[in-house]
Structure formats: C-alpha cells, structure tokens
Design a protein around this ligand. Structure first.
Ligand code: MLT
Length: 394
C-alpha cells in the first residue's frame, strides 16, 4: 500500500488552522484578554431575514409527507439555478441553466475541479494567493509556476508570453491583497489563455464587494471567456453563508479541451462524487437572489464596507501603506517595522490582542505584509483600529 506522498510536501497544517491553534494557545494562556479576531475571513452578521424565513418554510416542507424531498439533482435544483441565472442576467451575462452547478462552496469546488484535469498540467498561480489553489495542486503533484504580484504591479500580475501554463488561477477581487482587475485587464488574460489552450479558474467569491465602476465582477464580462474559463462563486461572503454552505460554479458549454466538453466532465464528476446541497439551504440561497433578499444582503455588505473604511482610515492616519479595503473586505498592509510577517503576527497578538493573517502564509511575496479582514463586528473593528493607533503612533 502506498500513500499519496505528495501530501508530505505540504506544510504540516492549513494556514487558517495554524492561526487558530496559535490564537487558542494565546487565549488559554491569557483568558483575561479580549482578543479581536480579524484573521480568517469569516462573517459575523446573521443571515438575512428573507433567507431565514425561506429556510424555515423549507424545513417545514421536509416535515410533511406531501412536500418531503429526498435526493435532489446533484447539480442543484432548477429554482436556484434559475435565480443564479437571473443574477448574472442582471449584469448582462447570459448563461444556460445547465452551465450552473450548485455546490457547498467555492473552496470545495476550486479543489475538486482538479479531478477533471491531468496531473501532468502546469499550473500558474499568483503569489501571494489563497493557499487552497497551491495546496490542492501540491496534493496532486502538479508543477506550479508563480505570477508575481507586488506593489509595483498593483498586485495585479498580467500574462507573460514566455510563461507556459495549462491551468491559470485568478482571484478578483483578490484574496489576500484586495486588488481587483478591470474587464480590460481580464481580456488580456483571456487572450493569453486562448492562445495557450489553457483554462482559467476564476474565483469570484468577493465579486459582491466591487463598487468601483470599470472593475470586473465576472470573467464572463469578457468576450471569448466562455471558451477558456470556469467561474467559482460563493454565498459565504455575499450573504453570510460561511456556516450554511452554498456556492456555485459556472462551466460553460463552449469550454472544450482535448476534444471533451468540460461541462460534461464536471457533470460526470459531480453526479458521481457529490449528492448536492440540502434542499433547505438551496431555498435559503434562492431567497438571497430575491429583491427583498438582495436589499437585506446589501445592508450587511455596507457594514463590512464601513469596517474596511475604518481600518483604511486608521492606516492612513498612521502612514502605513496598504492596498484593498475598497472593492474588497481585505486590507493588505505593510508590516510596520517588521520584515517577518509571522513575527508581526505574534507582536500584534501580544501587544494589541489583534489577530490578522501573516502575508507569508499566502506565498513568498506576501512576506512583510499582513492581512486584516473587515468581517468583524463594527465595535470590534473600531476597537482594533484604536489599538493599532495606540501601538503605532509615534
Ligand atoms: C480567508 O480568510 O481567506 C477565507 O475565509 C478562506 C475561505 O474562504 O476559505
């Protein structure tokens, strides 16, 4: 018997598990301290009332013989796929219902999609980046090359003709840097992918935070993207579904590689390995896209946007450089006085009892940077900003 030895090439634990362990050790040693958590991007506001009542109604249906449901379609109920189709249509993007696959979140799908690609492919990943893209490819033993993101290119790497890649990851607005591509910039990536015969895996989990005109919310805003891209999205950050779990993946019919329809391969994979998201959760997700749900969800997003503004103003007042915070719930700041982001993590935890995510956890280019999230409560965010001001004002 042989294990998948590629797992031995991974860091011992997943980035956010490592942080949780460190924070738990600190709180156990210092139970009297009030620790403010702005590390993992986990939402704190409750589900929208329209979502809750849709789920309550669905739960009641499950308790009645006439309306009880067993296995649903693995790729999602038509009512939810229609709602998602409408969401895209409202932004001028037309999708077919069978191009949409409902899932339990973008993280799972971003990892699972690799099932349909050979391990022999070369993967192009920006650095810094959401660690799931790298870890899932390390697990499969794929060759990974990096596209450098840095202050010099606004943390938005552009394609390099001299780099060959088969699978390209793009996350916009970006986790962790908060930088977001315009449709014109994405058009260059689409042109590159088409030329190389590559597939773009586009993570749009933070699209709902885009408020600036001219920035893209979907790769399918770009002409020709349906022939080279798969898009992942999630209700985690848009509608507070981190604990409820629901996302969706769009695999266009027009996407063909090696003579095969990737839509068909993904359908085959999902029907075999996945039994769908629960009916109750899908009814809740459907309600997100209703007029009422959308308005309620926007209210929560406004709170997170205000939090991001509070943190940005704090860093402005301290003269600490940062990006993000505008079209993104993440603020990517320079570690003041530290080149080692993990040492800065320890310092901030110890001195201000504030938790963030060390940039080094997102790749080598993340060293010297630190990520704060805007997902804490308004009170905690304001308090964290005050503590940062006290610690770093000269
Ligand atoms: C993050 O903090 O980067 C995210 O919460 C992780 C995730 O969405 O899986």
């Amino acid at each position: 018997m042989k294990i998948n030895a590629n797992y031995l090439n991974l860091n011992e634990s997943y980035l956010f598990s490592t942080i949780a362990k460190k924070v738990n050790a600190y709180t156990q040693a210092h139970p009297e301290k009030k620790v403010l958590r702005m590390g993992i991007g986990d939402v704190t506001l409750p589900l929208a009332p329209a979502v809750v009542s849709a789920m309550q109604k669905a739960a009641s249906e499950m308790g009645e013989k006439e309306t009880f449901r067993g296995y649903g379609p693995e790729q999602g109920y038509p009512f939810l796929k229609e709602a998602i189709r409408g969401y895209y249509a409202s932004r001028g993007i037309s999708l077919e219902e069978d191009e949409i696959f409902v899932s339990d979140g973008a993280k799972s799908d971003v990892g699972n999609i690799l099932d349909i690609f050979d391990t022999d492919n070369t993967v192009l990943v920006p650095d810094p980046v959401y660690p799931v893209y790298v870890d899932t490819n390390v697990m499969a033993g794929r060759r990974i090359v990096f596209a450098d993101a840095a202050a010099e290119n606004g943390f938005l790497p552009m394609p390099d003709e001299n780099t060959d890649a088969d699978i390209i990851y793009i996350c916009s607005p970006n986790n962790p840097t908060g930088a977001a591509y315009s449709a014109a910039q994405l058009a260059e990536w689409v042109a590159y992918a088409r030329k190389k015969g590559a597939v773009i895996l586009y993570d749009a989990a933070y699209e709902a935070f885009v408020s600036e005109k001219g920035l893209a919310r979907s790769i399918f805003e770009v002409e020709g993207a349906k022939e080279c891209a798969i898009e992942f999205c999630s209700l985690s950050k848009t509608a507070g579904f981190t604990g409820t779990r629901c996302g969706y993946t769009v695999v266009p019919r027009a996407l063909v590689r090696g003579g095969a329809s990737l839509n068909k391969l993904w359908l085959r994979r999902q029907t075999t390995k996945f039994n769908g998201v629960s009916y109750i959760v899908q009814r809740g997700a459907e309600a997100v896209f209703s007029e009422e749900g959308m308005a309620q969800v926007q209210k929560n997003l406004e709170v997170y946007r205000r939090n991001a503004a509070v943190l940005s103003e704090c860093l402005d007042s301290l003269g600490i450089p940062y990006t993000g915070g505008k079209n993104s719930p993440y603020i990517w700041m320079k570690c003041p006085g530290f080149s080692d982001s993990w040492k800065f993590f320890d310092y901030l935890l110890e001195m201000a009892n504030v938790v963030g995510t060390p940039g080094g956890g997102f790749g080598k280019n993340g060293e010297g940077y630190f990520r704060l999230t805007a997902f804490a409560s308004e009170e905690a965010t304001k308090e964290a900003a005050e503590r940062l001001k006290l610690l770093f004002s000269k």
